[in-house]
Design a protein around this ligand. Structure first.
Ligand SMILES: C[S@@+](CC[C@H](N)C(=O)[O-])C[C@H]1O[C@@H](n2cnc3c(N)ncnc32)[C@H](O)[C@@H]1O
Length: 286
């Protein structure tokens, strides 16, 4: 039997040697792996560096490392990942929620108070993180989550159960195709696929585990964004808001496209690295 600190070092070395991540990344991953394998919160590791890890736990850690060395992301190995401080069920049928996407939640919370009675749509919901997080913040609102992928929706539906939210419904749809014509939302939020098929980031082996239809869009990554901007006005209330996450180099084109359509009050929002990652706009008052 060996101690927590011994295993932490061992995990870090194994990761650095096999998947070429830097020292800081290896430390972070080692902490995640230990927390998950020992089922302990981070606070446990502050005062328990010398605690021994038993044989079963050692074997469990080795099985995690075997998968990680093949570049499988931790989120899929663990079958869970955190978003906005909550843990969501996850498998390879849906995108791993990114911290970047938390910006959308921050923006909504900044604009609408907790008592608001909104009709909210999370379009291309994947694991359901945006819609489910907002369904908790806005108990008086009604949330719809939708996705073209029934497998992704299965993941989202598991998360609806896990988080015990009832003000939410899910709908399988190719963007707006299966929505009723008179169905109007106050707020449509989306993190659509926006990576160009020629983007070198797609060579990243970890990305190969994620569903490609959650990542890649035609027309240099703009096809889905443009389609959503084209169609959303039909499904927004007067002055209803559309908020789109996009790549940090896409802001200019997205803004231009919004300007050509039935939107005004166009705003661009920066992430913690000061990059424009979300563009929002209101449907022109009718
Ligand atoms: C970038 S992922 C975002 C997932 C989730 N909202 C998140 O932020 O983690 C894009 C999602 O859009 C869905 N999608 C792709 N094409 C679609 C379409 N034509 N209609 C509806 N959803 C689509 C994918 O299945 C995927 O779940």
């Amino acid at each position: 039997m060996s101690s927590v600190s011994f295993h932490k070092k061992r995990i870090e070395e194994c990761l650095r040697k096999n998947i070429q991540i830097n020292e800081r990344e290896a430390q972070i991953e080692a902490e995640y792996i230990l927390r998950f394998a020992l089922k302990k919160p981070s606070s446990f590791f502050i005062s328990n560096q010398k605690t021994n890890i038993d044989k079963i736990q050692e074997e469990f850690i080795s099985s995690i490392l075997k998968k990680r060395i093949k570049r499988e992301p931790l989120a899929y190995i663990f079958n869970e990942w955190d978003f906005y401080g909550e843990t969501f069920y996850l498998d390879k049928n849906s995108l791993i929620p990114r911290q970047d996407t938390e910006l959308i939640i921050d923006l909504v919370i900044k604009q609408f108070d907790k008592e608001s009675k909104l009709n909210i749509l999370d379009l291309g919901t994947g694991s359901g993180v945006i819609g489910i997080t907002l369904s908790k913040f806005y108990p008086n609102s009604i949330i719809t989550i939708s996705d073209i992928s029934s497998k992704a929706l299965n993941v989202a539906n598991k998360n609806i159960k896990k988080h015990n939210v009832t003000n939410i419904r899910s709908l399988e749809s190719d963007w707006f195709d299966n929505f009723k014509e008179k169905e109007l939302f106050d707020l449509i939020l989306t993190n659509p696929p926006y990576i160009s098929k020629n983007d070198v980031h797609l060579n990243n082996l970890e990305l190969g585990y994620e569903p490609s239809n959650a990542l890649v869009a035609a027309n240099d990554g703009f096809a889905d964004i443009f389609k959503i901007i084209d169609t959303a006005p039909k499904f927004l209330n007067s002055e209803g808001l559309l908020m789109i996450e996009h790549g940090h180099t896409q802001g200019h084109k997205v803004k231009n496209y919004f300007q050509q359509k039935s939107f005004d009050n166009i705003k661009q929002h920066r992430d913690i690295n000061q990059k424009i990652r979300v563009t929002s706009a209101s449907k022109i008052k009718v």
